[in-house]
Design a protein around this ligand. Structure first.
Ligand code: IPD
Ligand code: CA
Ligand code: CA
Length: 270
């Protein structure tokens, strides 16, 4: 087994452990809700999953860095990524989770010098494990996956999401959404950025765009890339943010639609 294969086996194992735990906690009605900054929902399962994953990594790889949404969301951690960096979203789709929906995932990425090497996104409610190793491919439960072959905008199903805080930027968000609705077949708001990106990788969706945080998209990014999707930005980042963990104005889609979608999202700027 190569080094990256053993990292993938380790990451898959802890994602499954965390996934089983959050399924059991929800089934056992053990959820407490609170709100970060008064608006962003977080449950005790988010904290418990974060603890399980980060403890396992610290135990196995005490020298590695960790960027994790609940326990260390400090983005400056990315700047010190000369040592391997783990990027963790312990529950992506917390609102879905708390409302007993199934679109929920554990997202784990392993990064070296700003480049994502290994990725795992696990939906424990559907038993779907998406994974990838850089330059080796992407898989759903061990089967190789490819993105869709859609070439016509009017046939494209496009996913997006909206920030918790809607007090600013709403007009801008609506302008982009309107432009997508005018040009594409339809829109989905499924509630988990990590799974939206994996669903583009699998061809269940043709495209995804949104501004998120690195832990939402890091693992999905590699999975989509390895499945043949094009990963980039509808507004190009400016240095020093030109690393793979940059997460603003993301656009992930089947290759033929990348340039036309980039143009309409960019032109929808107010
Ligand atoms: C959220 C989900 C959602 C996206 C939000 C994210 P969370 O993550 O990925 O789809 O629209 O921007 O914050 O809070 O459930 O981990
Ligand atoms: Ca998230
Ligand atoms: Ca989360």
């Amino acid at each position: 087994m190569s080094n990256l294969e053993s990292i993938l086996a380790f990451a898959s194992d802890i994602a499954k452990q965390a996934g089983n735990m959050i399924v059991e906690m929800r089934a056992g009605s053990q959820l407490n809700h609170s709100y970060k900054d008064g608006i962003e929902l977080v449950t005790n399962s988010d904290i418990a999953a974060d603890t399980l994953i980060t403890d396992a990594i610290r135990n196995q790889f005490p020298q590695h860095q960790i960027l994790a949404e609940e326990s260390n969301p400090d983005l400056s951690t990315i700047e010190h990524s000369d040592t391997p960096l783990w990027v963790i979203d312990p529950i992506d789709g917390t609102v879905n989770y708390a409302h007993h929906h199934h679109q929920v995932a554990i997202s784990i990425a392993y990064v070296i010098k700003g480049k994502i090497q290994v990725a795992v996104v696990y939906n424990p409610f559907l038993s779907e494990l998406f994974s990838a190793i850089r330059q080796k491919g992407a898989w759903l439960n061990d089967q190789p996956i490819r993105c869709s072959h859609t070439t016509e905008m009017k046939r494209a199903i496009v996913a997006t999401g909206f920030p918790y805080d809607k007090s600013t930027q709403l007009t801008q968000l609506m302008a982009r959404l309107q432009s997508i609705l005018e040009n594409c077949a339809d829109v989905r708001r499924l509630g988990s950025a990590a799974l939206d990106i994996c669903w583009v990788a699998l061809g269940r969706l043709d495209a995804y765009y949104e501004t998120v945080s690195p832990w939402d998209c890091a693992a999905g990014w590699l999975i989509a890339k390895e499945a043949g999707a094009r990963c980039g930005y509808f507004i190009e980042p400016v240095p020093p943010n030109t690393h793979e963990l940059h997460s603003e104005h993301l656009l992930v889609c089947t290759p033929a639609l990348y340039e036309p979608l980039k143009r309409i999202l960019h032109d929808a700027q107010l």
